[in-house]
Structure formats: C-alpha cells, structure tokens
Design a protein around this ligand. Structure first.
Ligand code: ZN
Length: 229
C-alpha cells in the first residue's frame, strides 16, 4: 500500500479468500489501515482497514482495470514517487476516482495527467520550452517532436524529415495547452476538455514512454494492456 506518512508499505493480510479483511483490502481501495508489527517475526500485518473509497467501479471494466493497474505499478516501481508521499497519495486517489467516474472512452485523460505529474515530481519531466538539439526557445503554438535518445523535444528547424521518425510521438500545441490548463485542475475537470485524436494519441504515447523511462524498464500493465489502453 501507499501511505501518506511512510510511502510504500508491505504488509501481510491473513485469512482465506472469503475473509472480510481480505475483501476490504482488495485493490484499489483507499482508507485508513491499521497495522500490527510482529516483533518476533519482524513483519507487518494488516489488522483492520477502514475503507473510505472502495473504487469498486474500477473492477467492472477492462480498460479501467488496466489503467488502475498501471497507476499502482508506477507507484510501486518508483517507490511512491520517491518522497512527498502525501501529495502522491492525493494524486493517486484523484486519478483513480476520475478513472472510476469517467466513461471508458475518457480514462486515458486522468492516466496521462497522473503520469505527467508523477514524472514531474520525480524530476524526470523533459524541458518543453527549448529545443534539445539547438537550445532555441520554442513557440507555444509549435508542435514538438519527441527525441527519445536525446530525452527532449526538437524544434521545427532541427526535426528530422517525417519519414525518419515515423514512430516518435509529437507533443502538439493543443496537447501543451491542455497540460498547462490541467495543471491546477482535478483530473475529472481536466478530462472535460478533450483533445483531437492525433494530439491525444501523441501525448499518450509520450507519457507511456516517460513512464517506462521513470521505472527504467518495462511496465507489465502496459505490456498486458496492448490494444486495451
Ligand atoms: Zn532546434
């Protein structure tokens, strides 16, 4: 579990599949956990869980399940964002709540925003204002081409011809405006304004790439979610 005070905490849950505690502690509930430290065997045991938000709506839709799994996997693999756990917990609850409340076709908005915010918090968000190749400041209305090897965005002058980088995601001017506007909004509010198909797909691919970079490898939820997310 992710705790506001301690970050990622490992605790055992005892009881069979039908036990009340086990069902209360099923993914992805948010609430107050009561832990007991066994001094002899030196482990933590979950002794009670007061559920405040059960997020049961997440379990009814495959796309929502994969999205929520990706949030959880990122939290575990980044050690809860590495610090400022209270904020990361707020971000996570906000994101899971939005994934639960929104229609299936809009769940990538809170997911994108969660990844962007987490990567920013870890300090791995690439610079979007200047070109990674020539250092020139880029206009707000220009789209940026992601250069994975350089870890930054290329301006129109430096960007390779279309054919050279067919797979590189683009951060469109619309996507930049959306991210800027979403900065201070809860995820559900941010998802009210949609992006055009190509901006949305570019931003999504960019965020999934940033998420993989942040954990230095593969993300099982993304591999399992191919064709779903
Ligand atoms: Zn340039």
């Amino acid at each position: 579990m992710l705790s506001a005070e301690e970050g990622i905490v490992d605790a055992f849950v005892f009881g069979g599949p039908k036990s009340k505690l086990r069902s209360l502690a099923s993914p992805w509930g948010a609430g107050r956990a009561f832990l007991y430290h066994d001094p002899v065997r030196d482990f933590l045991k979950l002794s009670d869980f007061e559920v405040q938000r059960p997020f049961s709506g997440l379990r009814e839709n495959l796309r929502k399940i994969v999205s929520a799994s990706l949030v959880a996997e990122l939290l575990i693999k980044t050690s809860g964002g590495g610090g400022d756990f209270a904020r990361v917990l707020d971000m996570s609850v906000d994101c899971l709540g939005a994934i639960e409340d929104l229609g299936e076709e809009r769940v990538d908005y809170p997911l994108i925003l969660f990844i962007w915010r987490l990567v920013e918090l870890i300090g791995l968000l690439p610079e979007t204002a200047t070109c990674v190749l020539c250092g020139k400041a880029m206009e707000a209305g220009e789209s940026r081409l992601w250069m994975p090897r350089e870890g930054g965005f290329a301006c129109p002058d430096c960007r390779p011809p279309e054919g050279d980088a067919p797979e590189a995601p683009r951060l469109s001017a619309g996507a930049l405006r959306w991210l800027d506007r979403a900065r201070e909004l809860p995820s559900v509010g941010a998802a009210e304004v949609g992006l055009d198909r190509s901006s949305r797909s570019g931003l999504r691919r960019l965020c999934f790439g940033l998420a993989r970079d942040a954990v230095d490898g593969t993300l099982e939820s993304l591999s399992a979610g191919v064709g779903i997310l």
